[in-house]
Design a protein around this ligand. Structure first.
Ligand code: BTN
Length: 325
């Protein structure tokens, strides 16, 4: 469900639609249309009204609104609801709490700003207000606990495809959870789970995508390594449209992963892989090793050939500390 008047104005974005036409399409009165337009304006929509001509939508607020999000998602979507915060410490923390309290599969938790945004290995995730996407997804997939980390790779593939489509940029994937554009990091994914020894309770997949941040929004020490869609294109993007594009793809990719295994999605990763054939430094179980990244296997493990070793070994955990540019 969504707001039907907003939907009509969105469809015709930039063009006038008469109050009579809107009223006719919705089986309501022109007075009711006018009232609803007034409410939309109060909610931040810039709607021009011209006597005798009608209404046209000039600008929509860049806010993550549940009704609009579900309007943008395909019919029959399995995303179930949106919980949106103006500010919270970390959407992953909120989502883990909510999932522990029984929140449904498909609950989407978003925030306009985070005060304690977290990355892998306890790193801080820069989360200024009003600029970027900070979202965590509560999933209860029919997979076993050791499988859960694959969801990071599946999410990275879906996010890369959504960004490519929306921004026309080439996105590269750095195993296991980073999106790079033009050699700098634009997004990261943090998956967390709760499981009994054999049964997965829930997974939270957290996504941070730098959308409209400018260089100044990053601390100085990050500027050479971090980027955003705006920095790369010179354009701004509506976060809700990016979120909807990502959610639609992630849902489809998750279905495929559950039905066919990660191997079915591996070509999508390989086509965008940043590390293949490159020398890397890997941290694994407290040790650092240098070698070459030789792709990923059908389980999503990194194929790493330590210097001097005859062949690559699959690596499931660990972190790439440095890689050849
Ligand atoms: C990384 O690059 O190490 C992962 C970064 C993940 C950041 C996102 S922002 C939304 C969600 N909430 C968090 O606290 N972290 C993730």
């Amino acid at each position: 469900m969504g707001d039907p008047i907003r939907r009509i104005l969105e469809e015709q974005r930039g063009r006038f639609v008469s109050g009579q036409e809107i009223a006719g399409r919705l089986g309501t009165t022109r007075a009711a249309v006018w009232k609803r337009v007034r409410t939309l304006r109060r909610n931040g929509y810039a709607i021009e009204g011209a006597r005798g001509t009608g209404y046209r939508l000039l600008d929509a607020p860049d806010r993550i609104d549940e009704r609009e999000l579900f309007d943008l998602l395909p019919p029959g979507t399995s995303w179930s609801s949106l919980v949106s915060f103006d500010v919270t410490d970390s959407t992953n923390s909120r989502a883990m709490e909510m999932a522990g309290g029984g929140a449904r599969h498909g609950t989407v938790v978003a925030a306009d700003a985070q005060t304690g945004g977290r990355g892998r290995f306890g790193r801080r995730w820069e989360s200024p207000p009003g600029k970027n996407l900070y979202v965590s997804l509560i999933l209860r997939p029919p997979i076993e606990p050791p499988e859960a980390p694959r969801l990071t790779l599946v999410a990275a593939i879906a996010l890369a495809a959504a960004v490519e489509e929306a921004a026309g940029l080439a996105v590269m994937l750095k195993w296991p959870n980073d999106l790079f554009i033009g050699g700098r990091k634009a997004a990261g994914i943090l998956a967390e789970m709760a499981a009994d020894p054999d049964v997965l309770q829930h997974v939270v997949v957290g996504v941070g995508l730098n959308v409209n941040a400018g260089e100044d929004d990053f601390p100085e020490e990050l500027r050479a390594r971090a980027t955003s869609l705006r920095i790369e294109t010179g354009r701004t993007f509506r976060r809700i449209a990016l979120l909807a594009g990502f959610l639609a793809r992630f849902e489809a990719d998750c279905r495929r992963y559950v039905a066919e295994g990660f191997g079915a999605l591996r070509p999508e990763w390989t086509a965008r892989s940043l590390l293949d054939g490159k020398r890397v430094r890997l941290a694994l179980r407290g040790r650092e090793e240098e070698g070459t990244a030789e792709g990923i296997d059908a389980s999503g493990a990194l194929l790493f050939r330590p210097d001097g070793a005859p062949s690559a070994v699959p690596v499931h955990g660990g972190e790439i500390l440095a890689f050849e540019r």
